[in-house]
Design a protein around this ligand. Structure first.
Ligand code: NAD
Length: 478
């Protein structure tokens, strides 16, 4: 039971106008798809929000041809300073329509409105502003100024609009055109983004949005007219994509899964560390590739950290994602909920001890209480596999070298966190961690100027910052 009672403070959904059905966005217009339609639901209530077209191979072909034509005739030849104006315009419209975008993201994804409103949408606008600034300065990128052509981009459901921005903004800034597929459970903000492209008068064909599931994604990746494949999603699908494009001259970037260690040393500022652990694993219901899903805590402070952590977890408010008080929203789909449950049951069966925050779960929709496991060993599935939910595995260590060894004992290498008051220890440990991003005394901080990406099975290529331009210019490696 929470010690405080809160009056509900729901954000109004009247600000969004959800249509009954949506077509595909090809060549600047919404068109019907050749395939069947599918439904997208609000995971917090299981209410059907809309029907969405499923693009088949012929739709993909249409979209790639539209993107090619726009690349050859309009976008490729356009001076960078002119492309920049479109990107700035898109960024400003995103800011103007931010409330609408945040509410729609929360409805379709299940994430708390305070996260959609304060993290996702502002970071989306920031990405467009940042890459707009690069469009006329590519000669300083270090990767030349020549774009690749048509980019095929496939994204996941955990940050639908943010992943779109990470892909679309640098691609357009460099002069490429795009065919993008959002995830099947979260298509609505990408379709609203298509409307924003119309509002910004973006030339037809520069951005094409195709909705659909894995088969649509595969058709985009395998289309011979696509010059560049950019994928964010699971490691298994990433491997299949790497195989599919092997032997072609397509360039590829893969942003895949993670199993980050959040390392707490005995001299860490305790209250801040506990907040960092909570933010690391319960932000966005733990549907975060770089989530701090393995807590490595120094043995001498483990009991104290766990006691404080449980006390803090008991105050997290789970429920209506549109309520501005909500800390933990809905799990994005029934399938993801089943996976989280399966791994949690496996954790108990393997001998770890489970503790869940004492919160009431709503009766409809997909929900999972914030949970932690103690007594976890490195061999346990919950320590090795990506759970992608609000579940923390706690392991202990005695020395810095043991912490590094355990942190690196994973096939992934996307991110890590270090909590200590010693700057020298931060530098020493960070240098030994095989992770693309290392946060010190903070976690889950994103900035468009900073490159993001993985080592090992977390993928290759970087998104964000100057390095993110490499993925979309001929002079880049990826
Ligand atoms: P997923 O791999 O199942 O799906 C991702 C996207 O790929 C979806 O749009 C899906 O329709 C499409 N897809 C599925 N099969 C395909 C195929 N054969 N060919 C082409 N496209 C295909 O992943 P998910 O469950 O949507 O997302 C969760 C995963 O994404 C997690 O593993 C998470 O770690 C990862 N992720 C990584 C990052 C990062 O930056 N590294 C960011 C967010 C999420």
């Amino acid at each position: 039971m929470s010690i405080f009672e809160y009056a509900p403070a729901p954000e109004s959904r009247a600000v969004v106008d959800i249509k009954e059905s949506y077509g595909l966005f090809v060549n600047g217009e919404f068109t019907s798809g050749a395939g069947t339609a599918f439904k997208t639901v609000n995971p917090a209530t299981e209410e059907v929000l809309a029907e969405v077209a499923e693009a088949d191979a012929s739709d993909v072909d249409r979209a790639v041809k539209a993107a090619r034509k726009a690349y050859d005739k309009v976008w490729g030849p356009m001076p960078g300073r002119e492309r920049a104006k479109y990107l700035y315009r898109i960024a400003r419209i995103i800011q103007e329509r931010s409330r609408e975008l945040a509410v729609l993201e929360t409805l379709d994804n299940g994430k708390p409105i305070k996260e959609a409103r304060d993290v996702d949408v502002p970071t989306v606008a920031a990405h467009f502003f940042y890459y707009a600034g690069w469009a006329d300065k590519l000669e300083h990128s270090g990767y030349g100024t020549t774009p690749l052509g048509v980019a095929g981009q496939v994204i996941p459901w955990n940050f639908p609009l943010l992943m779109l921005a990470w892909k679309v903004a640098p691609a357009l800034a460099c002069g490429n055109t795009v065919v993008l597929k959002p995830a099947e459970t979260t298509p609505l903000t990408a379709l609203l983004f298509a409307e924003i492209c119309q509002q910004a008068d973006l030339p037809p064909g520069v951005v094409n949005i195709l909705t659909g599931a894995g088969e649509t994604g595969r058709a985009i990746v395998e289309h011979p007219g696509v010059d560049k494949v950019a994928f964010t999603g699971s490691t298994d699908v990433g491997k299949a994509i790497a195989r599919a494009v092997a032997g072609t001259d397509k360039k590829v970037t893969l942003e895949l899964g993670g199993k980050a260690a959040n390392i707490v040393f005995d001299d860490a500022p305790m209250d801040q560390a506990v907040e960092g652990i909570v933010n690391g694993i319960f932000f966005n219901q733990g549907h975060v590739c770089c989530a701090g899903s393995r807590l490595l805590v120094q043995e001498s402070v483990a009991d104290e950290v766990l006691e404080r952590l449980k006390r803090r977890m008991a105050t997290l408010r789970l429920g209506d994602p549109l309520d501005k008080n909500t800390d933990v929203g809905a799990i994005n789909s029934a399938a993801q909920l089943a996976r989280i449950r399966e791994l949690s049951v496996a954790g108990e069966a393997e001998g770890a001890e489970r503790w869940s925050a004492p919160c009431e779960l709503p009766t409809s929709g997909y929900w999972f209480a914030p949970t932690l496991f103690t007594g976890v060993s490195q061999a346990h599935r919950i320590a090795r596999e990506e759970i992608f939910g609000p579940v923390l595995s706690v392991l202990t260590f005695r020395t810095p070298s043991e912490a590094v060894e355990k942190a690196n004992n994973t096939p992934y290498g996307l991110s890590a966190g270090i909590w200590t008051e010693k700057g020298s220890r931060i530098l020493d440990v960070a240098g030994k961690l095989r992770a693309g991003v290392v946060w010190a005394n903070t976690f889950n901080k994103f900035d468009p100027t900073s490159p993001f990406g993985g080592y090992k099975e977390s993928g290759y290529g970087r998104e964000g910052g100057r390095h993110g331009l490499a993925a979309y210019l001929k002079g880049g490696q990826a």
